[in-house]
Design a protein around this ligand. Sequence first.
Ligand SMILES: NC(=O)c1ccc[n+]([C@@H]2O[C@H](COP(=O)([O-])OP(=O)(O)OC[C@H]3O[C@@H](n4cnc5c(N)ncnc54)[C@H](OP(=O)(O)O)[C@@H]3O)[C@@H](O)[C@H]2O)c1
Length: 267
Amino acid sequence: MRIEGSRVVVTGASSGLGAALAAEFARKGAVVVLAARRLERLRQVAARITSEFPQAPTPLVVKCDVRVKKDVANLVKSCVDRLGGTDIMVNNAGTAVYGETARVSVEDFQDVFEVNFFGALRCMYEVLPVMKRQGKGLIVNISSVAGLHGIPYLATYSSSKAGLMAVSQSLRAEQAIRKTGVRVMIVCPGYVQTEMFEKEKNVGGGHRPRHPYRPAPKVAAAIVKAIERGKRDLVMTLEGKALAVFKGLLPGLNEMTMRKIARKLRD
Ligand SMILES: NC(=O)c1ccc[n+]([C@@H]2O[C@H](COP(=O)([O-])OP(=O)(O)OC[C@H]3O[C@@H](n4cnc5c(N)ncnc54)[C@H](OP(=O)(O)O)[C@@H]3O)[C@@H](O)[C@H]2O)c1
């Protein structure tokens, strides 16, 4: 897929992976639409893109809380009104609650699902008619390696990302047989160095690993490269690939690995 000249919406573009993805798309000549709740941070990301890549089209900034239907509708409408449509929609906005599953409340699950699952779903439903009218479009859903298997102390996050994967697969098959031209790609990054871990609620019982966390620009570059190559899914890191393979072949091994992680990270 050609990135240059394409119209790309990135939700959660005010920090971390979203900001890095927006910069990478802009570097390759896309018109990027930056969406999130923190307008000032979005403006800073846009200013950085403009100064680093002066040849790139000026980014658009749209304040959008993906939990609010009218914000999402306004985001997609802004793209249609100002750019004539959307070629790529990256559902990247995300949040997490960390800690032992028995200590997490139903409300914690609801809070995480509202952003990671329903937020992405709202964006998909809003952009789908636009892409169908265009006869083409790519929806990129940022799931996680944690969506491939329930990870200890990450129940809210893992289940929301697994749900996002499932709905992506359903939609993908349906769009393919209807030949609408709309494609859906699922991306599962491993640990990325971002501010997500500082902001997340921790209910206790476990702690985050001191893993190597990959820099966001590197992860963003790999994702954009996979989009250019027309990949259907992207599972990142060796651990992620192993988890995906062993899930079907050796589920007992994954279970043992999860227990090992649970023991290692227990407080
Ligand atoms: N970091 C990792 O290790 C890792 C690994 C795998 C997958 N991921 C996924 O990568 C994505 C980006 O996360 P990150 O690590 O870059 O964390 P981050 O720096 O905290 O970025 C999260 C982004 O989501 C936005 N966001 C949160 N709630 C929102 C809402 N209600 N409406 C709109 N935007 C909202 C935030 O912006 P505002 O606060 O300004 O709204 C922010 O821009 C997430 O989907 C995450 O699950 C991360």
